[in-house]
Design a protein around this ligand. Structure first.
Ligand code: ATP
Length: 234
């Protein structure tokens, strides 16, 4: 199979009004692909559409080689696509262990594998999610998504609101998850970290892709450096 996720000439948005227009994006097996761009560009909307949570206006999205049209979000998830949404969407009154179990494909979940990536969660399994730090909540949200043993993971702004050390830690874990065979599409404001970790990246600006390249090339692109890395052209 050439692509696990294939977005084709996609128009998507809300109430019939497109906020993403003519998007083409491919994620191949084993890749980390970053989707970067300013606030409001349509990155979150793209991920929500791929998960089946926002309807396609026109164009198509194929997940594992099949169009998602007419399929409900849980059906897409069951085939192996997991989504860690912006804001993490945890059950704050439930414990860490309970949140993890809710992510499992089947009731009797083995949480050991998820904890393998996030050993820090092991000591706080009985703590309510609402009492965790931002970094712990992000780890829990990712751990919960991994409970279903996805083939593709959509990550929306995993570094949002986290301290620099925790951001570095989360990105190190993202690489580790990828090395274990999970393909990743990553939406991120922290372009520096995302481009260092990704294989390829797309830049989305007000609904259109303005650049698509190897992440290492974008890291050295003067226009990208100036707009997204705050380091200016050189
Ligand atoms: P951010 O980093 O701010 O989340 P983004 O690139 O993820 O930016 P989106 O959240 O996808 O952008 O938003 C794209 C556009 O769609 C914005 O103009 C936003 O106001 C609009 N939008 C987002 N959610 C809705 C909604 N539920 N109903 C109507 N418009 C929406």
């Amino acid at each position: 199979m050439s692509a696990l996720l294939e977005i084709k000439d996609l128009n998507t948005g809300y109430n019939g009004v497109s906020v993403v227009r003519g998007l083409n994006l491919t994620v191949k097996p084993g890749e980390v692909v970053a989707l970067l761009g300013p606030n409001g560009a349509g990155k979150t909307t793209t991920l929500l559409t791929a998960s089946g949570l926002v309807p396609i206006i026109s164009g198509d999205i194929e997940v594992f080689g099949k169009s998602i049209k007419g399929r409900r979000p849980h059906m897409i998830a069951r085939e192996g696509l997991a989504h860690v949404p912006e804001g993490r969407a945890l059950f704050y009154q439930l414990t860490v262990a309970e949140n993890l179990k809710l992510g499992a494909a089947k009731g009797s979940a083995d949480i050991k594998k998820a904890l393998g990536y996030f050993p820090a969660l092991e000591a706080i399994l009985d703590r309510r999610a609402g009492l965790l730090s931002g970094g712990e909540q992000q780890m829990l949200a990712m751990g919960r998504a991994l409970m279903a043993r996805p083939k593709v993971l959509l990550l929306d702004e995993p570094s949002m609101g986290l301290a620099p050390q925790m951001i570095a830690n989360i990105f190190r874990i993202i690489t580790e998850i990828n090395k274990q065979g999970v393909t990743i599409l990553l939406v991120e404001q922290n372009a520096q970290q995302a481009l260092q970790r990704a294989h390829r990246a797309y830049i989305l600006e007000t609904g259109n892709v303005t650049k698509e390249a190897k992440a290492s090339d974008l890291l050295n692109d003067p226009a990208v450096r100036e707009a997204y890395l705050g380091t200016g052209a050189h």
